[in-house]
Ligand binder design. Sequence first.
Ligand code: AMP
Ligand code: TRP
Length: 330
Amino acid sequence: MPKRIFSGAQPTGNVHLGNYLGALRNWVALQHEYESFFCIVNLHAVTIPQDPKLLAEKTRELTRIYLAVGIDPDVSTIFVQSDVHQHAELTWILNCVARMSELERMTQFKDKSRKSENVSAGLFDYPVLMASDILLYQTDLVPVGEDQRQHLELTRDLAIRFNRDYGDTFRVPEAYIPKVGARIMSLSDPTKKMSKSDDDPNGCVMMLDDADAVSRKFKRDVTDSGTEIRFDDSRPAISNLLTIYQLLTGKTSDEIESHFAGKGYAQLKQDLADVTVEFLRPFQERVNGIGTEQLNRLLGQGREKASKIASTTLSNVYAAMGVVGAGTSE
Ligand code: AMP
Ligand code: TRP
C-alpha cells in the first residue's frame, strides 16, 4: 500500500502565514510522494462557539485556499470532516480508550480553556477527534506545525493501546514537523506564536490580506536590540522575520545574511513586505478564480473517496471490539 499522509486545518478565522509556512506548504510538497488526505475540520471548529453562517462560508473559503496554495485535487483528496460521519463515531470509541488524565495534560486545552468561561466538553475532547481523523485513514505521516506535536503523541498512544487490547487495527502514525517554519511567531510579540486568536491583529499576516495591510504589519513589527541582520536564536524578532523571508524566497541562510549585510531593519521589513505581496498576489487571484460548481464537485468526490476508507477502518474497529448489531451472523 502507498504511504499515506493526513492533515487538516480548522475553518475558523483567517488562514495566516504561520499556517501556510508551518503546514500547508509542506502538504503541497509531500502530496506527490504520498497518498494524501486533506480535511477541513469543521467539527473541531465547533468546540468553541461559531457563527453558523460564517462557519459555512469559512468552510468553503478554506477549501479554495487549499486549492490555491497548490493542493492538486487530481492527486490528493480534499474533503470536509462532517461529510464523513465515521470521524464522530470513531471519536466515541476512542473516548473509551483515552484517559481523562492524558487529556488533562494537553497544553492546547489548558491554554484555550484559560481564555474562555464556558469551556465545552468538546474542547476537552478535541484531541480525540483529531486522533480519529488520523487513525481512520491508516495514516503514516501527519504534517503539522510544532503546536500539534503533543496531539500527535496522544494519537500514537491511543493507536498503540487499542492495538494491544483488541489486536492490530491501526497504523501508528508519525508527526512530520518541519525543521524551519514549524513555529512562526507573532509580529507584535515574538515570544508568542502567530495565531488567529492573537489579540493584536497586527501580529498576524493573513493569506487574504491586501498589499497595504501586509506592508503595515511588517513595518510595525517589533524589533529586538542590535542592528545586525542575521539568524540569532537570542533575538527572536529578527530570527522570525528572516525565517519567513527564507521560506518565501527559498534562499539559504548564508545568502540571506550576505544580502542584508550592512543594511538595517527598515530594509529587511521593506523587502519582506515586497516578497510577501509578490507571493500572495497570484495566490489570491487563484482563490477568487475557483467557482462554486468546481468546489461542490471536488468536495463530493473527496467525500466519496474518504468515506470508503473510513468505513472500512470503522468496521474493523467494531469487529475487533465485538460491537455488533442487527444482521451480523454469530
Ligand atoms: P489551525 O488553523 O489551528 O487548524 O492550524 C492549521 C495548521 O497550521 C496546523 O498544522 C498548525 O500546527 C499550523 N500552525 C498554526 N499556527 C502556526 C504557526 N504560528 N507557525 C507554524 N505553524 C502553525
Ligand atoms: N488540531 C489541528 C490544528 O488545530 C487541526 C487538525 C484536526 C488536524 N485534525 C487533524 C491536523 C488531523 C492534522 C491531522 O491545527
